[in-house]
Design a protein around this ligand. Structure first.
Ligand SMILES: NC(=O)c1ccc[n+]([C@@H]2O[C@H](COP(=O)([O-])OP(=O)(O)OC[C@H]3O[C@@H](n4cnc5c(N)ncnc54)[C@H](O)[C@@H]3O)[C@@H](O)[C@H]2O)c1
Length: 421
């Protein structure tokens, strides 16, 4: 049974030497959070990120990270020198990428292990907290492979673009302890201390905190993200039904959401769930089910493909209609590659799945994406001027609405019914 308790506000000052491996959304937000009260060294392999952070600038778009770094009162240094940082750290937070490897049908955890081996080499006593999302059972296997290592796993629940905000106001803090470790007793205390450090840096103080086994903590992360994917897929499938049957999807969703057990949130149709985490985390959970009966988890992954097929089919139908009206080579304008308005990255965004399907149909696309510097993307011309873009496109396809699309009128195709994420 996991132990559940609310940790009181820390009364004594406790400065810890912390190294954070990886300065992406997870690593940088945690580095900033922890550097309010501790000495933090953030390690990355990209020199540009390191120099931006040392210059008080954020390499990612995140209002809270930007303002905390600009204030200049954090005990935070960034470095490329992992050896130096890990050697003097009591605590190493690992926030390196764990991309899904389609060949192995599993996460590629090699970058986490790279850091683990580095730490074991220069400072084996350090406690390593894995914040990267990992397969269920990963920390157990790591503990068996490196019995001399002191590992904890703590799932991260932040949203990109609100990364520091979500750590200042966390929904919960979970720390997992591998029960297989010879250091289990010591790690139970370290888990509590790590949770205390997160609470110390947070602006909320009554934060539900769970200490549990590492394997369950890993499962929490994958099941939480898969539930979010399920919810997106559910409302998208509702929207597909309504569109095909010529019904008002917004009215149906509003009526459904008024049931307090369902709620009026996270229900805005889109071109599919996407971004860095949901596609890979759902696939990883499905892989973890290999010899366990299931229907739903596989169906969620499948439903996202079906939704993108449907959206692409609807765009193709409109292009064919334009051809019938005498437009020889209709041009489809792809408005933004990002998943959400306000985002600065488009890793695995669903609109790219639509673009691939349109390319297979031989349809000409142009892209409007202000964060792009290249002149082409995925075989499509990038148009940097919005007016020129909307003039050239016979049909504009947008996963998310923006007021600047007002002038496009009925040439716009979107399923963003509520004009929010
Ligand atoms: N992005 C999210 O919303 C989110 C939320 C929860 C969990 N996660 C998980 O956290 C992990 C990191 O995600 P992210 O979005 O912060 O990734 P990211 O790609 O934004 O950042 C990862 C950083 O690690 C650096 N890096 C790579 N190899 C390194 C090494 N050997 N040593 C030091 N740094 C190294 C990269 O240069 C990069 O700056 C992933 O496992 C992800 O699934 C992400």
């Amino acid at each position: 049974m996991p132990l559940v308790y609310l940790i009181p506000v820390l009364s004594e000052e406790l400065r810890v030497n912390i190294a954070v491996a990886g300065t992406g959304y997870v690593g940088l937000s945690l580095a900033v959070l922890l550097a309010q009260c501790n000495d933090v060294t953030a390690v990355d392999v990209v020199p540009q990120k390191v120099s931006l952070i040392n210059g008080g600038k954020s390499p990612i778009a995140d209002p809270e990270i930007e303002s905390f770094l600009a204030r200049g009162d954090l005990q935070l240094t960034a470095t490329l020198d992992g050896k130096m940082a890990y050697r003097r750290a009591d605590l190493v937070v690992i926030a390196t990428p764990t991309n899904y490897d389609p060949e192995k049908n599993f996460f590629d955890t090699s970058l986490v292990e790279q850091v683990v081996e580095f730490v074991l080499d220069v400072h084996p006593e350090a406690v390593m907290v894995i914040k990267s999302t990992v397969p269920v059972g990963y920390t157990k296997s790591l503990t068996e492979k490196y019995p001399q290592g002191k590992f904890l796993f703590s799932p991260e629940f932040l949203r990109e673009g609100r990364a520091l905000y979500d750590n200042l106001h966390p929904s919960r803090i979970i720390v997992g302890v591998p029960s297989e470790s010879v250091f289990e007793g010591e790690l139970q205390i370290a888990a509590r201390q790590f949770a205390d450090l997160l609470i110390e840096g947070a602006q909320d103080k009554d934060i539900p905190t769970l200490i549990m086994r590492a394997t369950e903590a890993e499962a929490v992360k994958l099941f939480a993200n898969t539930y979010l994917a399920l919810r997106v897929a559910y409302f998208n499938e509702l929207d597909t039904y309504a569109s095909v049957r010529d019904l008002d999807a917004a009215a149906i969703i509003e009526g459904v959401g008024l049931d307090p057990r369902i709620g009026d949130h996270y229900n805005n149709p889109s071109f599919g769930y996407g971004g860095y985490c949901l596609p890979k985390d759902t696939k990883q959970l499905l892989a973890n089910y290999n010899d366990v009966p299931q229907n739903l988890i596989g169906a969620i992954v499948e439903a996202n493909r079906t939704r993108k097929d449907y959206i692409a089919h609807e765009v193709v139908r409109r292009v064919e209609e334009l051809r019938r009206q005498g437009v020889n080579e209709p041009v489809v304008g792809i408005y933004r590659l990002t998943m959400k308005s306000g985002s600065d990255n488009f890793r695995a965004s669903s609109i790219q799945g639509i673009m691939r399907r349109l390319a297979d149909e031989g349809i000409t696309c142009i892209v409007y994406e202000p964060t792009l510097t290249a002149s082409t993307f995925a075989g499509c011309d990038v148009v940097t001027d919005l007016d020129a873009f909307t003039r050239q496109a016979h049909l504009v396809v947008a996963n998310r609405w923006n007021d600047e699309l007002d002038s496009v009128g009925d040439r716009l195709f979107t399923r963003d019914l509520f004009r929010r994420d």
